[in-house]
Design a protein around this ligand. Structure first.
Ligand code: ADP
Ligand code: ADP
Length: 225
């Protein structure tokens, strides 16, 4: 079953730039997909439209059976807060909150109860079990990104959108984070221009000038390690 489906997505910005020019793509449950393409090819626009951060000019977006494009703004915001998680290049952790507080923040903001045991279990699983009370500034880049991934997971989303998640990491930390993302066996859509990052995905979509220019199933990381 497809968790995310994009049907004939078009996006033309005010001023006339066509960023998406008819993109159709499906993302099966548990798949880890990389979206690649040159600067300006429409990757960010695709991510924003797929995640309900922006609306396409035409076409339809389905997540987990809900047509986001047929949903009013307030319902779309609520859907995004509860069913979608994000991982960013710069981690987006709040510097004054501890690791554990950062991880439970989205649950709190969504008015959901944080199950402390499950939060700790998730942080444990990501190798951060002894860092719960630490501030982000005391962590390495790779550790910060793992906190961000823990934060994405505890919301139990239908899909995780990752925007250049290894863009600020050295190669070794990047590989750790990518291996971790792959091991989650979650539905993940990752925008990246880094071939190493893409090699960890199950499949890669290539965008050029707002169109799908090709796709492939990537070799496994073990094959390129
Ligand atoms: P990528 O992420 O692949 O670099 P983008 O989706 O950011 O591509 O951009 C695709 C095209 O849309 C580019 O020509 C870009 O200049 C344009 N664009 C992106 N965002 C906006 C915006 N908010 N307003 C106008 N044009 C935009
Ligand atoms: P699993 O990884 O076993 O499939 P789930 O899909 O239920 O677990 O949840 C994903 C992760 O998010 C798990 O590590 C779980 O501990 C955590 N989680 C789910 N819901 C909550 C919650 N309300 N509070 C804290 N953590 C949660």
């Amino acid at each position: 079953t497809d968790v995310v489906r994009l049907e004939s997505l078009y996006k033309t910005y005010d001023g006339g730039v066509t960023a998406l020019d008819g993109v159709t793509a499906s993302f099966p449950a548990g798949s880890f997909t990389a979206v690649m393409g040159p600067s300006g090819s429409g990757k960010s626009t695709l991510l924003q439209c797929a995640a309900g951060l922006d609306r396409p000019t035409g076409g339809r977006v389905f997540i987990d059976g809900t047509e986001l494009t047929a949903t009013k703004d307030t319902a779309m915001t609520k859907f995004r807060r509860t069913r979608v998680s994000f991982v960013f290049q710069d981690y987006n952790l709040l510097p004054s909150l501890t690791v554990e507080q950062n991880v439970v923040l989205p649950l709190r903001l969504a008015g959901r109860r944080a199950d402390r045991h499950r939060v700790r279990e998730t942080l444990d699983r990501l190798g951060l079990g002894d860092r719960l009370g630490e501030l982000p500034e005391r962590l390495s880049g790779g550790q910060r990104q793992r906190v961000a991934i823990a934060r994405a997971l505890v919301a139990d989303p239908a899909v995780i959108f990752a925007d250049e998640p290894t863009g600020a990491l050295d190669l070794r930390s990047a590989r750790e984070v990518l291996a971790l993302l792959r091991s989650l066996q979650r539905t993940i859509i990752m925008v990246t221009h880094d071939p190493v990052a893409a090699s960890y995905a199950d499949s890669v979509l290539f965008l050029a000038d707002g169109r799908l220019a090709g796709s492939l199933r990537a070799p496994t990381a073990d094959a390129v390690a």
